[in-house]
Design a binder for this molecule. Structure first.
Ligand SMILES: Nc1nc2c(ncn2[C@@H]2O[C@H](COP(=O)(O)OP(=O)(O)OP(=O)(O)O)[C@@H](O)[C@H]2O)c(=O)[nH]1
Ligand SMILES: [Mg+2]
Length: 291
């Protein structure tokens, strides 16, 4: 019901209005860096402190029935015996998007059920993932040695939204290099920033053998404490609502643009454009005017 737009979704929006879990931890990063393995290890560590943890594994690149769902289930299977860990996979529903809205709705639904802690795993570093990361109160960017990820992350602007950096697979060589690169990039950022800003810690971990998971958990807790209950947290939640509204508006606009492209008059303009009678900019204006 959560995944279908329309009246059911609207009903959930009404029922969950103003509901947020105390912490929403967004775990993002390039494919294969070990996000799911790390989430698994973190959840085990969180369960010492909280009664219940919900996990949403989001894969924007895979269709609903794709393999990622099974993959995540298999990797996170440790917790299937733990009734207080709820794991749900969400994949993109082919065309049309709507994923960010669905994730936001799920997060608020968990909040309305009284869940203190929700972990959202998203793969990749594109726009959809950035939207999803915006829904989190704490964003963890996971990198791993040997992938050239740090450069990619800096380029994609993800470094700007991360509150904590985890350099996973520290059991392998090369983690120190990734750490050093990150620290250099962060020092550069800090030199331009406000001294009141949060300084994102860089934590080396090995999700596989558990080394550093405690430190990562402490770093996440530190960020939650820095956010507190006041103005900083309020700004975060405002950012989350803005991201949710933006994603929903974009989805709906995108549908309307597709519809406008298919009406007969637009089709005619497209044909005319091919024979040199209509500049594309005129078609763009006509589509915009029809929205
Ligand atoms: N050596 C080592 N391997 C790891 C570590 N963490 C994860 N892996 C391995 O890396 C591979 C990918 O792990 P996943 O947890 O599926 O990575 P992911 O980032 O969730 O992958 P996607 O969701 O597909 O993007 C698996 O083979 C893991 O066993 C680690 O700390 N050290
Ligand atoms: Mg994964």
């Amino acid at each position: 019901m959560i995944e279908h737009r329309g009246t059911d979704a609207d009903r959930i929006d009404e029922l969950t209005v103003g509901c947020w879990p105390r912490s929403v931890i967004g775990v993002t990063g390039p494919p294969g860096v070990g996000k799911s393995t790390l989430v698994d290890a973190l959840v085990r560590s969180f369960r010492g402190d909280v009664d219940r943890v919900s996990v949403l594994a989001v894969d924007p690149s895979s269709p609903t029935s794709g393999g990622a769902i099974l993959g995540d289930r298999v990797r996170m299977s440790d917790h299937f015996t733990d009734d207080n860990v709820f794991i749900r996979s969400l994949a993109s529903r082919g065309q049309g998007g709507g994923l960010s809205s669905t994730v936001a709705r799920c997060v608020r639904l968990f909040g309305s059920l009284g869940d203190p802690l929700v972990v959202v795993e998203t793969v990749g570093v594109g726009q959809v993932e950035l939207n999803i990361a915006d829904l989190a109160t704490t964003v963890v960017l996971v990198l791993a040695p040997g992938m050239g990820d740090e450069v990619q992350a800096v380029k994609a602007g993800v470094i700007e939204i991360a509150d904590v950096f985890a350099v996973n697979k520290a059991d392998r060589g090369g983690a120190e290099l990734v750490e050093a690169d990150l620290r250099a990039a962060l020092a550069l950022r800090a030199s331009h920033g406000d001294p009141d800003d949060w300084e994102p810690p860089v934590v080396a971990v090995s999700a596989l053998d558990g080394a550093g998971v405690g430190s990562l958990s402490t770093a996440l807790q530190g960020h939650a404490e820095w956010l507190g209950e006041g103005e900083r947290r309020r700004q975060r939640l405002e950012r989350a609502v803005r991201a949710e509204v933006r994603a929903a508006v974009m989805d709906s606009l995108s549908e309307r643009v597709d519809a406008a492209l298919n009406i007969a008059s637009t089709q005619q303009l497209i044909v005319d454009s091919l024979s040199g009678e209509q500049p594309v900019s005129h078609i763009v204006r006509s589509v915009l005017d029809s929205l």
